[in-house]
Design a protein. Sequence first.
Length: 53
Amino acid sequence: MLYTLGHPDFGVLSYEFAHSKEWKLFFYAVLLIIAAAGWFLSKDKKSDHNLNH
């Protein structure tokens, strides 16, 4: 979507911004944060059923 908004015919964002290193670093940093949060927040919770066996 960012590439579409940065297309010269639309002119919503600059073309250079959509292809900048800063944007790519920000995008992948947020992606890694989401993946890490999903990893750590999805740990198995111990239930009473597991304690009886």
